[in-house]
Design a protein around this ligand. Sequence first.
Ligand SMILES: Nc1nc2c(ncn2[C@@H]2O[C@H](COP(=O)(O)OP(=O)(O)OP(=O)(O)O)[C@@H](O)[C@H]2O)c(=O)[nH]1
Ligand SMILES: [Mg+2]
Length: 164
Amino acid sequence: MSGAEKTGKTYLTKLFLKQQYKQYIPTLGYDIVNVTKNIDLIYREQQIQLSLWDMQGSEQYDSIIQAYYANAQAVILVFNCNDRKSFDKCNTYMNHIKTFCIDYVQVSLVGNSFSDEINREVSYDEAVDFASLHDTIYVEITSQNSSYATIDNIISKLINMIIK
Ligand SMILES: Nc1nc2c(ncn2[C@@H]2O[C@H](COP(=O)(O)OP(=O)(O)OP(=O)(O)O)[C@@H](O)[C@H]2O)c(=O)[nH]1
Ligand SMILES: [Mg+2]
């Protein structure tokens, strides 16, 4: 889980874990969460061990964080649709992913929109274009679909792409 500050990386991680998270607590470095997950494969259900890394968005210690990309099989790159700067920073994150991750890393771009639509600073089409430029899928999370099912779907799809 990567992306700029206050884009909702910890929020989405907690949503996936079905844990409450209201007050903003900046992530320092990273938090690792290990979960067992049942995943539907074509012929059968399989249990996998998932190690989810919730990274800090702050640029402090950025160089240390980059080293951890080498271990990632998938990256969920999060920006805030109401914060243009967080979208612009995705360029840098994509460059980091290309430089430090394994070649076959799976990436999902997530636009997290938790303010009113009137405050939107990044359009859906622009985000889709950026994602396709980088051969990734784009998913938008708004207050209407901000649920366990949405984040579970994103993570399940990535796992399926890794296992394929
Ligand atoms: N309602 C709502 N609030 C959100 C959502 N995403 C984030 N927030 C709030 O926005 C603030 C920042 O969210 P975090 O998840 O801590 O952001 P972060 O990307 O982990 O930030 P860093 O750890 O500093 O990189 C918190 O107060 C969250 O409760 C969302 O989808 N819906
Ligand atoms: Mg955080």
